[in-house]
Each structure stands twice: as structure tokens, then as C-alpha cells.
Write a protein that binds this ligand. Structure first.
Ligand SMILES: [Zn+2]
Ligand SMILES: [Zn+2]
Ligand SMILES: [Zn+2]
Length: 174
């Protein structure tokens, strides 16, 4: 069974990071409390391949790596900070674009493209085979997305296909 100390040594070897024996012990103890053997083995395998690149650019690392990074930072190891892989800001990084952890703002921006219908720079919700797409406003105007609402009888965008038929956004049960 792999132990946490070995994992950390793997992480440090070749990554040009200065870690004292005390820091190593502290990180190992912290991780042992929350990680099981399988998790430890997984991050060990990841680090064998990626430790250099990931410590250099933490946004490229796996979710496990980011936890290890946080644990090392916690005990005072000097590391490159975890910053958004797109804009370089220190922020929460809940999303991934092209393998890089990134902030919600960059993620939203990355989804914006020119709508093939209205030509505005929008978040595209409908994608065609040729790579073009359509924004939500235009998508809602498509004839095949419209129907007579069973509640109000109006020809409207179908928000929900209920057991009795199509229902518009306004009449849809909340
Ligand atoms: Zn960003
Ligand atoms: Zn549009
Ligand atoms: Zn309705």
C-alpha cells in the first residue's frame, strides 16, 4: 500500500520545490486523515507524470493535485499560486476550459460566440454540425420550438412538455 509520505516525496522529486522534513510530515498527517489508500495511489500516479508541469502551473492540475497543493501551502511551502488558467486572477476556479481550471467569469466568456441568427456575441445554447450556434433568444423564436400552450392557448415557446401537452414558460408549474 502506498503511503502518503512516498506520494509527497514523488511530488517533490524533480519539481524543484523546497520542502522541509517537518513540512512534509505535517502535510502527510493532514492528508492521511482525509485520503484513503486508493486516492493516495491515484495522485501518486498522476504526479509521476505531471508533477513538474502542475507545480509550475497549478491550474493544469487535477482536482486531487489542487488539494495536495492547498495542504502544502497550508504548512508554509512556497508554491506558485493557483490562479485562473485563462485570466491569471486568484479566484474560485469551479470550471475547466481545455484542461485548465478557470474562474466562472472566464468560463462564461469562453461560451460566448457569434450567434448565427442575430449576429450578437452571446452564450450559444443550440449547436449545429458545422460549428455554428444560436443564442437562447433566437432559439426560443424557432418555429419548431413553438406550440399552443395547453394552459393559456397562446402560441409560445414550449418550456415544458407535460403529460397533457406543451406548456409555455409563464404557465409552467413552478
Ligand atoms: Zn479567469
Ligand atoms: Zn441570437
Ligand atoms: Zn401558457
Amino acid at each position: 500500500m502506498a503511503n502518503v509520505d512516498n506520494v509527497l516525496r514523488t511530488a517533490v522529486i524533480g519539481s524543484e520545490i523546497d520542502v522541509t522534513a517537518n513540512q512534509l510530515d505535517a502535510v502527510a498527517n493532514a492528508l492521511k486523515r482525509t485520503w484513503n489508500a486508493g486516492t493516495i495511489l491515484r495522485v501518486a500516479m498522476e504526479l509521476e507524470v505531471h508533477s513538474l508541469q502542475w507545480f509550475d502551473r497549478p491550474a493544469a492540475g487535477s482536482a486531487l493535485f489542487l488539494k495536495l497543493h492547498a495542504a502544502m501551502k497550508e504548512v508554509g511551502v512556497t508554491l506558485n499560486p493557483v490562479v485562473c488558467g485563462r485570466c491569471g486572477r486568484e479566484a474560485l476556479l469551479p470550471n475547466i476550459i481545455e484542461g485548465l481550471h478557470c474562474c466562472a467569469r472566464c468560463y462564461g466568456e469562453s461560451k460566448r460566440k457569434i450567434c448565427s441568427q442575430c449576429g450578437r456575441f452571446q452564450i450559444l445554447v443550440l449547436h449545429a454540425e458545422d460549428g455554428s450556434g444560436m443564442c437562447q433568444t433566437c432559439m426560443k423564436k424557432l418555429p419548431e420550438r413553438m406550440a399552443a400552450c395547453i394552459e393559456c392557448g397562446q402560441q409560445r415557446f414550449v418550456s415544458w412538455n407535460g403529460p397533457d401537452g406543451p406548456v409555455c414558460t409563464r404557465c409552467r408549474p413552478k
